[in-house]
Design a protein around this ligand. Sequence first.
Ligand SMILES: Cc1cc2nc3c(=O)[nH]c(=O)nc-3n(C[C@H](O)[C@H](O)[C@H](O)COP(=O)(O)O)c2cc1C
Length: 448
Amino acid sequence: MTTGAPGPTAPAGRRTVHLAAHFPGVNSTTVWADPRAESQIAFSSFERLARTAERGLFDFFFLAEGLRLREHKGRIHDLDVVGRPESLTVLNALAAVTDRLGLAATVNATFNEPFELARRLATLDRLSEGRAAWNVVTSSDAFTGENFRRGGYLDRADRYTRAAEFVATARELWDSWTPATPASPYGVPRPFAHTGRHFEIEGEFTVPRSPQGHPVVIQAGDSEEGREFAAATADVVFSRHSTLEAGRAFYADTKARLARHGRRPADLKIMPGATYVLGDTDAEAQEHAAEIRRQQVSPQNALLALERVWGRDLSAYDPEGPLPDIDPDPAAVIAQGRVTDGDPLAVAARWRALSEAKGLSIRGTVIETTARQTFVGSPRTVAEALDTFVQREAADGFILIPHLTPGGLDDFVDRVVPLLQERGVFRTEYAGTTLRSHLGLPDPVRKG
Ligand SMILES: Cc1cc2nc3c(=O)[nH]c(=O)nc-3n(C[C@H](O)[C@H](O)[C@H](O)COP(=O)(O)O)c2cc1C
């Protein structure tokens, strides 16, 4: 059974903007030096951001996942990692203090087992009465795998075949209960049996279907395999492509893949991660953004970023001085647990060219190359830009990553959301109770 509530509707011919809130913490997005920054672990922080997102009528609250503390030069990387509680536990607690907000957990498909994870996700979906989502990630590194069974991870080629079978199996389990009837309001469990390349399991599933059928599936990988997996399986894509042109290219590519899987463009929502900085005027916002960038890339962080590319200890260099004239060591592994920027020699060449062209120091170069502010301007400028991205099919909406933990959404909700509402492209109240209804997604088709 699902609520079947309609998604939000925009004025004729205009597309609706979807918004979600990313709880910031790791990475240099969060400005820890700001006196308003609070704990990344205390429940009060999660609650504050989630309540703000719900006040702003957002579709969902999103938690990323890191299964191993990052290391730099063999030591815990303490500049951006201060611990990370397990997402489903946090979201179950948030289900009790929110009513409508979707609750999305990033959980790895490589290091879990379908029965157990399907049960935990279904539990969140029931406790929240149909608001759960699962961001399926596959984690690419053996470093993370060392924390898990069999001492390892999977080859690249196998990660998505396992993830696809994992999601299909979870859906078989979620579908294994009969629909609710007045006589049995939760339905009844039917035996399931799954035999595939990665899993062979049978039994009866323990948790009945939720009001949205089953959890929304999000996907966040970017490779060819990742995109195909999303087109075949996901309800939402969390993408990195947050500029207008890159967004439009990714959007067109991903939506074009859907037909091959018998799906319509509206069946998959594309939501890039996006940051923003507001000011009373555009000029003030630009100034503010430059200051935030300097706080995000502290002198120590600039050297760490440099060392990650060069693969060498560069602690003797002055972050305000020029880039080193030695070349990177492409074979060295100095940082563990991070996504790399590609071939170090090519990255170093790009950084050198930029630094020479603009006369930038090490820190200035890192600031320029790792820029994280997607939308900068007055509330009106930002609202217009978000709307333009959606109308021009660079996105269906955004997963907003504020730079303050946990108060970073306040200004957006107070100042930008009303302008989006004025433009008629954002809801003024939740139309339904489930995450699927907020996203305007079709009810899941029950198999079996
Ligand atoms: C925007 C974005 C966010 C991601 N967030 C996470 C995360 O929180 N935890 C994680 O383990 N992997 C995360 N990933 C990694 C991917 O899910 C995926 O495992 C990785 O990108 C390798 O897959 P690919 O080869 O398809 O890109 C993220 C990827 C993207 C693009």
